[in-house]
Design a protein around this ligand. Structure first.
Ligand code: GAL
Length: 682
């Protein structure tokens, strides 16, 4: 990251909104800006889909529209984040240069008429992007009201798959650079299997339709790495230009978070900070998330946990303020009274110091006519704007929290290779999805703040800040990652691994070794046999000392090697009596190899037995339905308690503590109203 931005200065919380001057008669602009400022909104994001307004024809540039609008911003004191318009290439562009269009895996071209229909690799799109971004930055970046820039909009949203000819050409270069010889590539992709051997670079393409979509998994892993590389380089191309024109103190960001993209690397190499678009109301969508997830909107804390790992203090570029709905899909109700505030505080609890609501007034035309903003179509005063005003008052009171990071002693380890490999690996996907969701739910319900850490971006110092790391199923293992994990344990950390660890190498091929492969030495464990739990196996139980619990999805039979301890055994089916959990002391720390995937019970047991559950339990007794999040530093810590239910929650405050929101000192039995929250000095 390059610099701390004015809106994340660590001194206060800032409110914003997304505004589209092109959607409203010019006569309304000034009044809108004044009204926003009156509401406590001091920043707007504009222009991210408005290419035609500055380049209506190829090579013809017109600046007057945004000049007139920015004049009003300067006049009223509104601050502006200016978006580059590359998410929506104009019709003149895609008509003249159809090679810029993205293509699906069946070879069908995505046409003009929606958004994100371009690919990152067509040379002409990169050239036209370079030109429009240069023109915009050269013309607007010096404006007083502009404080920062947003690159594109939601890179890899709508689709994270690219199958155009331009992508194939760029993929070939990417592969040449990586492998140098076809021999090396053929080996890494195991192309001897099913006679896929390549004898010339021209035979290589981004994945195309194959019989039963059974594309080579090692190829697909490299393809996803390539998509991430393409998106990052497209972002960097724009950032490098804007940086030349940026006023001192101004920033560059982009909004996420979407798949097939190493957001950590992108942020490090291109951005000043990261922003996220948070729509917890998806949890109530009729056509999405049908699998009743008990955590509902609280599950967005899991996304926020990922965002924190990219950028500990971040912004929310789009925060839910109204109902969700496109004309074609996504029906979710209007936030109930209090939910807009709750979801704002959820973002703040996880490290957001800038909250920008999507959007000021609901669009009266286009695909998003049901995606409501703060105001309805008429712009009349309503309940939601009153709530935003109240949020503004709350944000003032939360100024002491600004700049303070989320505090957790437990983390979930991940890395991009494993995440991407899992996409095309149903076995692995099943265990990793199950374990990650369960660990998150267990941490939430036991009030144990949890971080996520990406191993490919973590220093030894960052890892050592955690007393307990879960690396549930790192199937792809490299000598470097094995060394990172070993150093963490040697230095005193506790590491818990799950089944299916370290059975693949970095290409995604399985290792011809005893399992867990490269982690045999560290774990002192041997896995002689493994299997999915058969559908007719019934409950597969595990006994760990006094505690019995159920295994999930998969069983590695795991036995201790010399110097290790068999901590738990399976107690049912043909596994009865075989090892289920092995531990080993290494240096100052301990490593555990658990032979199954985690469910909420086993995850909670590990948290409890390893002494990390509920770290604020001496100060607060909370029902499971409330989330606990802590932000702080050496000197001060603030506990956010968020009630996601519409009914009141009873909490016990075990010693007198000041609530920043009400200014009152709480003690003993207290009632949080439905969707209510407190922020306690702990
Ligand atoms: C976001 C996007 C916005 C708007 C919003 C509602 O994903 O960045 O432009 O589309 O969703 O659909």
């Amino acid at each position: 990251m390059f610099q701390v931005a004015a809106i994340l200065d660590g001194k206060r919380m800032v409110l914003g909104t997304c505004y589209y001057p092109e959607h409203w008669p010019e006569l309304m602009w000034k009044d809108d800006l004044r009204r926003m400022l009156d509401t406590g909104i001091e920043v707007i994001r504009i222009a991210e889909f408005a290419w035609n307004l500055t380049e209506p024809e190829e090579g013809v540039f017109t600046y007057d529209f945004f000049d007139r609008f920015l004049d009003l911003c300067d006049e009223t004191g509104m601050k502006v984040i200016f978006g580059t318009p590359t998410a929506t290439p104009p019709a003149w562009l895609t008509e003249k240069y159809p090679e810029v269009l993205n293509v699906d895996i069946d070879g069908k071209t995505y046409r003009h008429g929606a958004r994100r229909h371009y690919n990152y690799n067509a040379p002409v799109y990169r050239a036209l992007t370079e030109r429009i971004v240069t023109k915009l930055a050269a013309h607007y970046a010096s404006r007083k009201c502009i404080i920062g820039w947003q690159i594109d909009n939601e890179l890899n949203c709508e689709t994270a798959e690219f199958h155009s000819e331009a992508d194939s050409a760029a993929f070939r270069l990417f592969l040449r650079d990586k492998y140098h010889t076809l021999d090396a590539l053929n080996k890494a992709w195991g192309t001897v299997f099913w006679n896929q051997t390549y004898t010339s670079w021209e035979q290589l393409h981004v994945p195309r339709k194959t019989v039963s979509y059974s594309t080579n998994p090692h190829e697909v892993l490299d393809y996803i790495r390539f998509v991430s590389f393409s998106a990052r380089s497209f972002c960097k191309l724009q950032c490098d230009i804007i940086r030349k024109y940026l006023k001192p103190g101004d920033f560059i960001t982009t909004n996420g978070m979407f798949g097939h993209l190493d957001n950590h690397q992108m942020t490090k190499e291109s951005l000043d900070f990261y922003t996220y678009d948070s729509y917890p109301n998806f949890a109530y969508c009729l056509d999405m998330y049908k699998d009743a997830d008990a955590l509902k909107d609280r599950r967005w804390s899991r996304n926020l946990m990922e965002v924190r790992s990219i950028c500990p203090i971040f912004g929310i570029m789009e925060q839910q303020s109204g109902a969700n709905g496109w004309n074609t899909r996504m029906e979710a109700p209007t936030p109930r009274p209090g939910q807009l505030t709750l979801w704002t505080l959820q973002s703040v609890a996880h490290g957001a110091d800038f909250i920008s609501y999507f959007r000021w007034r609901t669009a009266t035309m286009g695909t998003e006519i049901y995606w409501h903003g703060i105001l309805d179509y008429s712009g009349r005063e309503n309940r939601r704007i009153a709530e935003v005003r109240d949020v503004h008052e709350k944000m003032k009171k939360l100024a002491p929290v600004a700049g303070k990071k989320y505090q957790a002693k437990v983390a979930l380890l991940k890395d991009y290779d494993n995440e991407w490999d899992a996409e095309l690996d149903r076995w692995h996907n099943r265990v990793s999805w199950q374990s990650e969701s369960s660990l998150f739910a267990a941490a939430q319900h036991s009030h144990t703040p949890l971080d996520v850490v990406y191993l490919d971006h973590a220093t030894a110092e960052q890892l050592s800040a955690y007393s307990l790391l879960f690396a549930p199923h790192l199937s792809l293992m490299t000598p470097e990652r094995a060394a990172q994990l070993t150093a963490y344990v040697e230095n005193g950390g506790t590491l818990v691994l799950g089944c299916r660890t370290a059975y693949k190498d970095v290409t995604g091929q399985c290792v011809m070794d005893k399992l867990p492969g490269l982690l045999q030495d560290l774990t002192g464990a041997d896995v002689p046999e493994y299997s999915f739990i058969a559908p007719d196996a019934g409950r597969v139980t595990v006994q760990w000392g006094e505690d019995a619990f159920e295994a999930s999805v998969f069983t590695d039979l795991v036995e201790p090697l010399e110097g290790s301890v068999r901590e738990a055994v399976y107690t049912s089916d043909y596994y009865a009596g075989s090892g289920a959990l092995v531990s080993r002391k290494v240096g100052k720390g301990t490593v555990y190899y658990y032979g199954s995937a985690f469910n909420e019970d086993s995850a909670r047991l590990f948290l409890r037995k390893l002494g990390t559950a509920n770290p604020c339990g001496d100060a607060l007794v909370l029902p499971e339905t409330c989330e606990l999040a802590v932000r702080g530093d050496q000197e001060k810590r603030y506990a956010f308690v968020l009630n996601y239910l519409k009914t009141p929650a009873q909490i016990t405050v075990r010693r007198p503590m000041k609530d920043l929101l009400s200014g009152e000192t709480l003690s003993g039995e207290c009632t949080l109203p439905g969707y209510g929250a407190v922020v306690l000095e702990i």
